[in-house]
Design a binder for this molecule. Sequence first.
Ligand code: MTE
Length: 404
Amino acid sequence: ETPDNWVNRNPELVRLTGKHPFNSEARLGVLFACGFLTPAHLHFVRNHGAVPQVNHKMSANWTIRVHGLVEREVTFTLQELQENFPVVTLPVTLVCAGNRRKEQNVVHKTLGFSWGAAGALWTGVYLADVLDHVRPIRRQAKYVIFEGGDNLPNGPYGTSQRLSWASNKDKGMLISWAMNGLPLEPDHGFPVRVIVPGQIGGRSVKWLRRIEISDCESQHHLHFWDNKMLPTQVMPDQARAEKHWWYDPRYIITELNVNSVIAKPDHNEKLYIDKTPDENGTIASYLIRGYAYAGGGRRVTRVEVSLDHGETWTLGNIEYPEDRFREVRHQDSFYGTLDATERDTSFCWCFWSFDVSHDVLASCDALMVRAMDEGLAFQQRDMYWHALGMMNNWWFRVAIHRTV
Ligand code: MTE
């Protein structure tokens, strides 16, 4: 029995932690088969406590208070948000900072790979429009703090953004009530949440109740005690004991770093190698496939595959399904405009492939992938280990074992 056992959950979601809170994701193969848009019931879930129980009647009365260093404090119902601001839909890939953390512990545990990335269409209003409306007080206001409605042992979940980013529409931050054209699922923040494209999932506050414009960043417990990349020298015990590491603003994680994964072949997948040439003398080939993403609106500009442990690299082919969504427009006020037309930023994962002939594959004992983004940041050979095991983006490897 858990406090939120009333929530309907798909059995394809694999639990990553104990029974409660609910933390889960689909297996990589299942996730990858869905392609660019992950259905809500297979989208990974990261909760820190019980899901607030909100029925549809309560959702109509749900309010979001916007207050603090503003000229005009306002409390919005969902309907007021929908009626007062342009409604937009953006394709956004959410990724948890704890993504690929299991690899950091792989020597001790081999539970497989925890990923925690998923793509969806998110509908809402721009946070920038709402901020324009409440008019932050110039020179005093520096941060926008978001607070969720979940009750955690150390108070509600909350975090913040720099006001300069939050007021920039190009950053794409949304107050969102729909995912893939349907009201949010309870696990994903019903009735309303924040969506922060290009940043770690932890910044996208669910069950949004309050927005405060402030001169300092969020003081919420998890804003400090989570989502940090502490220096590698700081061991977990030391991190727990010495508060100052957490309060150092330089270690906060905001934007995602560039990352890529091999999904085909999956770990533990069986490959059947056939080196016999067909009547034209051609040997069959295998399409290695996967996805990649970067943060901060930066596009992945190259994906490279190595079949010889990183000695040599070959370019993979990349597709950006996000670009197809730039053409679509909805008139319906629920969906809003699919707003990617003018955008030159990228908020979604892309999909790469690399064709390799069976005879080459037969001589490999590992496949590796690495990606680069348009800021020329790229994945490194070595892992940057740190106490929280977040933002792990060393070269992604799949080992190949031979059975005859
Ligand atoms: N918002 C609230 N109110 N409570 C939470 O526990 N978890 C955060 C973020 N927003 C969380 C939250 C984390 S760590 C992540 S990665 C994303 O929500 C996950 O969003 P999802 O469950 O919709 O995938």
